[in-house]
Structures are given as C-alpha cells and as structure tokens.
Ligand binder design. Structure first.
Ligand code: ZN
Length: 370
C-alpha cells in the first residue's frame, strides 16, 4: 500500500518535473529556442578539430574511426564514421563518452578543449594523467542525433524508429548500429573506469533557489536495488568517491553549483539499460565480453543555459568550462589515486533532496528500505 502511494506520488512528480536528463523519459531541452545553433559544434567541425589537434600533438594524440580499426559495425545509422580520440600511455584505461544524446552539445566541446590542454600544455598535472592513464574519448557518440539536434538516433530499416542510445545496451536491445559498434569497441578495450557527459535542463536548488550548474549522477544508485550486489559491493564506494572527488575539486572554481542527480524530486535512478550501467553490470552481449568485464562509471549532467538567451555566450562558455574542469579533475584523481582517499560517506554532503525511493527500468519505483 505504502509502495502504491509512493509510486503514484512519485510518478506524478516525475511527469511534472522531468525536463531532461541522462535517464529521463522525455526529450532534452530543445535548442530551437534562443540558443544560437551556429555556436554548437557540428560533426564536420569536430572532425576538423580532432585532426588538427592530432597533427599538432607530435604523436601524443591518436584520432581514429571504428572503421579504421576494422570493426564489423563501425558507423552510425545514417552512415557517419564513429570517432575516437586516444591519448596517454598509462596502465589504467578510462572511457569518456559525450553526446550520446544528440541535443546535448557541450560534452563534445569540452572533450576538444581538454584534448587541447593535454596536447599543448606541459604542466606536471597533465603529464601525470597521461603517464598513469590511457584515455579513450568518444567525443560524439551519436553523430546522427547531433546533426539533427535530437536526443535519439533514427533507425534506417524503413521504420524511422527513434532509439534512445542510452537505453540500448541491454539483452534484447542493441537496436541501433551505433550501440553494436561502440559496445564491440568497449568490450575490446576493457576500460577500468567510465564517464558519460550529459546536459540537463535548467535546474534550481529546491531550498536556496540558486541555479544548479551541474548534477553528479550514478545510473545504478549506491545502496539501491542493483549496485550493492555487483562485484561484492566494490562499486558502492568507488562511484561515490569519484563524485566526492569531483564535488570537492569543482567547489573551488567559484562559478559552479553542484548537486546530486535525482529525478521526480526525491528519487535516485536505477536504470539497468543505460550504457554506463551496462558497463558496471559487465554485460556480455553476443559473447563479446565473455569474462563479464565491468568497471565503475559515473555521469555528469551540466545544467541549463541552452534555452537561457540572456546568459548567451558566457553561459555556454561556463558550461563547457565546468565540464572540462570536471573531467580533468576526475582524471587527475584517478591517475594519482586521490579518488580513493575520499570518504564515500561524504557523498551525503553533496546537496540532494531526502530520497524516498529508486526510479528503475526493471521494477517500477522501489521505495527506500524495500
Ligand atoms: Zn542525456
């Protein structure tokens, strides 16, 4: 009974509150409003930037497509090549993907900005990252959606079906060719950590009314119905530590205001079909990941501003900048292992509403303490 009440309440809140997010049901903020589309990185623009960075990097940066590497599935539904930027020579591998949702532009630009820093700057901090880590960036996971400025990709089998690529890594899924392509590559690399860059609608702190600039998310909630049971609970701590590390690091920059990613006002998410969830679950699709390799992963949701004409270029600049800094700080924390110094319990200090349950794609809404 109590569960039903919570479900109805939460469902209502979900319907009324959802603007957009990594795991939301609805579409993301449209850029048809006040955002100047010409200011957003295009697919061709990205290729040009990546290739020019590769040239100037003196061998540090390798840019390739999945077709270059001979993958059976290697393009988008509409036939665009899928690009990877690889940098660093360290033993630990990190997967960083951006723009799985085509209408969430800033991850691509943040990736390019970060690559500029890593290829041109000689600072000790960057050297440390590149010595300890090998970074695999997918700067535009969904090029078709990006070019069409929509969340999904569109199947080219005559159905014109729109597929949310962030629901497509699951048994019985893999409807879009992008999913098969990226999954094959992921299964080959077997990363140690993952990061997924998203962009959510304008969000304000429910208590202070201040604009939230970024939300930190884990697609399988710590303490929730799934994560505690993976790898003997190993990801329970490390996902929270990764977030605490980013939270502490970004607080110091001034223009960021960070909270924890929740939906429906007071629910954590537990979405097993999401790409970074599948990474934590060690999904073995078509026998490509036979040893069920898995790794911890988190996501960023940069907030607001695409529809806020008054923030204009400065809002856009801050959005890109905080993504760049967030990724850089996380990578540095992983390279130095400072991430492991963070107290996972301090995850509770990252602002969040009182959580009453978990919004799942497997069991409906599950109350806390189920
Ligand atoms: Zn998203």
């Amino acid at each position: 009974m109590r569960k039903t009440v919570i479900s109805l309440l939460s469902l209502f809140m979900l319907l009324s509150v959802f603007a957009s997010s990594a795991f939301a049901v609805q579409n993301h903020p449209s850029t048809k409003g006040e955002t100047n589309l010409s200011s957003i990185q295009t697919y061709d623009g990205m290729i040009k930037e990546l290739e020019s960075l590769e040239k100037r990097s003196k061998g540090k940066l390798e840019v390739f497509t999945l077709a270059d590497k001979g993958y059976e599935y290697n393009q988008s539904e509409q036939g665009r090549d899928l690009y990877v930027a690889k940098i660093g020579n360290g033993p630990k591998k990190v997967w960083v993907q951006s723009r799985i949702h085509g209408d969430e532009p800033y991850g691509t630009e943040a990736t390019i900005q970060l690559l500029q820093m890593y290829t041109s700057n000689q600072s000790a901090q960057y050297r440390e990252v590149l010595d300890e880590l090998t970074l695999y960036f997918a700067p535009m996971y969904n090029p078709d959606g990006s070019e069409m400025n929509i969340r999904q990709t569109v199947l080219q089998d005559g159905s014109e079906k729109r597929v949310d690529l962030n629901r497509d890594w699951a048994e019985g899924a893999f409807e879009a060719v992008e999913s098969k392509a990226w999954y094959s590559f992921w299964a080959d690399i077997q990363p140690d950590y993952g990061l997924d860059i998203h962009h959510q609608g304008l969000k304000t702190d429910s208590e202070t009314g201040q604009a939230i600039t970024m939300s930190l998310g884990i697609s399988l909630a710590p303490g929730g119905p799934t994560l505690p049971y993976l790898e003997d609970g190993l990801y329970e701590d490390i996902t929270r530590q990764m977030q605490v590390h980013v939270y502490d690091a970004l607080k110091g920059y001034g223009f960021t205001n960070i909270d924890r990613y929740t939906v429906g006002g007071n629910l954590e998410i537990d979405i097993r079909g999401g790409v970074v969830s599948a990474m934590m679950l060690g999904l073995n699709y078509e026998g490509l990941n036979e040893d069920n390799h898995s790794h911890p992963a988190i996501f960023f949701e940069t907030s607001g501003n695409t529809r806020e004409g008054n923030l204009g270029q400065r809002g856009r600049g801050h959005n890109i900048r905080q993504n760049t800094l967030g990724i850089q700080e996380l990578l540095h924390g992983l390279a130095t292992e400072e991430v492991y110094d963070a107290d996972p319990e301090r995850w509770d200090e990252i602002p969040h509403p009182e959580i009453i349950g978990y919004f799942t794609d497997h069991s409906g809404i599950v109350p806390v303490g189920y």
